[in-house]
Design a protein around this ligand. Sequence first.
Ligand SMILES: Nc1ncnc2c1ncn2[C@@H]1O[C@H](COP(=O)(O)OP(=O)(O)O)[C@@H](O)[C@H]1O
Ligand SMILES: [Mg+2]
Length: 298
Amino acid sequence: MKTDRPLDIIVAGEANVDLLVHDAPRLELGKEKLAPAMDLTLGGSSSITAFNLARLGARVGFVGVVGRDLFGRFVEERLRSAGVDLKHMLRSANLQTGVTIWHLRGTRRAGVTCAGTIAALKASDVPAPYLARARHLHVGAYFLLRNLHPAAAALFRLARRLGLTTSLDCNYDAAEKWDSGIRRVLRETDVFFPNEDEARRIAGSRRITAAAEALARLARIVVVKRGAKGVLVRSPESCFEAPAVRVHAVDATGAGDSFNAGFLASFVRGASLEQCARAGVEAGARAVTRFGGTTAFE
Ligand SMILES: Nc1ncnc2c1ncn2[C@@H]1O[C@H](COP(=O)(O)OP(=O)(O)O)[C@@H](O)[C@H]1O
Ligand SMILES: [Mg+2]
């Protein structure tokens, strides 16, 4: 294990803000309705993972794109407050920082996203000398990162050549193609973190064990996240399930991203896969006890 490097993990991906409207009333065109409260929180699968990783004690760098605007400064302030290194954060002059407005009603939610900088990151924005300062590269929300698709596999190959391990979360594919070159990237991936629905759709298999098996022919370790059912882990050496921790869930935003943070914080410490999975389900459970993806880690 390379402990001589100053960073444990570089997270590359999207960073945006989530505006949570609590107890949102049904919208009607031509009318203004009142909601009792709102929260402005760090959003973005990749940036939530980076924040929570840092709060769990990992030394983290984040590479992503925000706009030169108030929300961009908010994203940077949040990440910096957790101790995330932002030396290679990019600030776009012509795109606005991405925003999702979530209408929450009970445990259900509906969102509208203004993508802004969300798809902007390119593989060449992640400098090789910076990678060489870390031990692991994680990319979240692969399907959203359209500019990254052409050279994502090359980026992961480069990371591996520089001695890093790699991990990938795909998140939902808004284009519903479930491809975007992900198989090429998975061949360079040590840990793949889809949820159950995503695993099924990418593998084209309705059975979750068959889907995990198919994906494990591409990535070295596949961790399928199954909400309140926990996770299924498949590696060349093992196949096991880790049950979720029972908690009172109020908001599932960022559960998967927090799971990734818990898992990876242990992974870079050289923990066993069972220990990594346990740390992941603990972090996922922690996330759902509060509104927003990072609140429970602040
Ligand atoms: N209601 C819940 N209670 C306890 N743990 C949960 C709950 N929802 C999610 N988790 C934990 O978070 C992990 C990731 O959540 P999941 O919803 O499967 O992923 P994603 O957010 O990527 O769709 C789960 O595997 C589980 O460990
Ligand atoms: Mg997810």
